[in-house]
Design a protein around this ligand. Sequence first.
Ligand SMILES: Nc1ncnc2c1ncn2[C@@H]1O[C@H](COP(=O)(O)OP(=O)(O)O)[C@@H](O)[C@H]1O
Ligand SMILES: [Mg+2]
Length: 260
Amino acid sequence: MTSDEAILSTMGLSKHFSGVKAITNLDVNVKRGRIHGLIGPNGAGKSTFFNLVSGLLPPTEGQIYLDSVNTTNLPAQAVARMGLARSFQAAMMMPDTVLENVMAGMYYYSGIDPIGTFLRRPRVFCAQEREIRQKAQEALDFVGMADSAHRWAGELVWVERQLVQIARALVLDPKLLLLDEPTSGMGLKETEELKGIIRHIRDTGVTIVLVSHDVSLVVDLCDWVTVINFGEKISEGSPKHIQSDPKVLEAYLGEEEQHA
Ligand SMILES: Nc1ncnc2c1ncn2[C@@H]1O[C@H](COP(=O)(O)OP(=O)(O)O)[C@@H](O)[C@H]1O
Ligand SMILES: [Mg+2]
């Protein structure tokens, strides 16, 4: 059973890669309108969770519901058409302009075939193209990258790539946005700017799941946090609650010791 309030629910979700248990028996409920944090040390299974719920990987076991619709084995394009958009930890860009990169998100995930439409119905192509261009420009504006629309994507620095990825997700008008380590590689000032953008996206009515291993970022931004380690949920609750949970402190202390 899924809760009406939950925009995303997973039940008993597992993903095993031969010997590796990346996700095990994970129940997550993301309530509508929230910024929901998903945290855990490196290798905890955070990106795998995103790959499962966005339809890029099939689960080994368990169920996924998006807005109470069972999307467990739907392909990524179908899940995107239902309103789920995401960014990737490694922000890949096509060798083209920034604007074309943002437009590509729309073409790929909406299933629009620009070449076929151009050949069969050139007028429809032109109208569609104009609308997509406009939306892409608006999305770039939203993330503060409007002036970079005609720059070559290959010249972007890391922070700009993250912002372009977010714009590429926003052109789809998602109801749920998954952000995978969006502040990695950012300094304090850029992180603060991005926090503002993430809050602004939430204020437009989009629910957000934010993956990060930066606890302070998550505590500052999120309404609710799920903590995983070795693919299993170890804690859940308000940022205040998880900050003082001994199981969470132990998981992160273990990570620091590994890196020491
Ligand atoms: N495609 C894959 N094939 C094999 N193992 C994988 C694959 N993707 C992830 N893993 C493994 O699953 C575990 C979780 O990885 P990941 O989800 O990337 O963690 P996180 O994003 O929390 O750092 C790791 O042990 C990782 O090596
Ligand atoms: Mg990851």
